[in-house]
Design a protein around this ligand. Structure first.
Ligand SMILES: [Zn+2]
Length: 195
């Protein structure tokens, strides 16, 4: 597949996400930085990274498939922060692949149910398999519900899949973390402090 983005475009995009200063940065950078050759990546790298250790990644589609699997796994486990990281990387990989339509669809999907609707928007955009990649039937139905922005189970969810909205649907909107996203947090709802 021909490179959809030039090195200069990727550098500009990295500068843009750095300037945003959002905590989505880690996932975005993880997707974008390896797409650069060493000379373009160097300004973003610690000085300890040497040229002969740098491996530029060119197969964005394979990387996107890996992040898709990871995102689905984190979503099903209700690990909201980790899901968010993977979904942020996915959006940048869609951009690297030249699919502005997919990144737009992901933005439109908003942030519900640990990002499941965004992953579905990504997957639909590329025409890849989604829920049927999950073997376990119960988990599959859980993913289908979450991708529709619903709670994971018809009787509700005690792990907060439909309650946690770490970021609004807008790419530029600042997240408002009211509680640290703790993956092991299971049953206690976040304290509602309005301060
Ligand atoms: Zn749930």
């Amino acid at each position: 597949m021909p490179a959809a983005r030039s090195q200069e475009q990727i550098v500009a995009r990295l500068r843009e996400v750095h300037a945003d200063g959002k905590d989505l940065l880690a996932g975005q950078e993880e997707a974008l930085l390896p797409a650069l050759d060493f000379d373009h990546a160097r300004p973003f790298l610690p000085s300890t990274v040497r040229r002969n250790r740098w491996r530029q990644q060119r197969d964005h589609e394979s990387r996107a498939r890996t992040y898709q699997v990871l995102a689905i796994s984190e979503i099903l486990n209700h690990r909201a922060a980790q899901a968010r990281h993977a979904v942020a990387a996915l959006a940048e990989l869609a951009w690297l692949l030249g699919r502005d339509d997919v990144t737009a669809a992901m933005d439109t999907a908003g942030w519900l149910s640990c990002g499941a609707p965004r992953v579905k928007a990504f997957t639909d955009g590329f025409g890849w398999r989604f829920a049927d990649t999950v073997e376990d039937l119960e988990s599959r139905h859980m993913l289908i519900r979450m991708a529709a922005g619903q709670r994971c189970h018809p009787d509700g969810c005690r792990r907060g899949c439909a309650d946690r909205h770490p970021a609004s649907g807008q790419r530029g909107a600042a997240p408002t973390p009211r509680t640290p996203a703790h993956p092991k947090r299971r049953s206690t709802p976040p304290p509602s402090k309005n301060a």
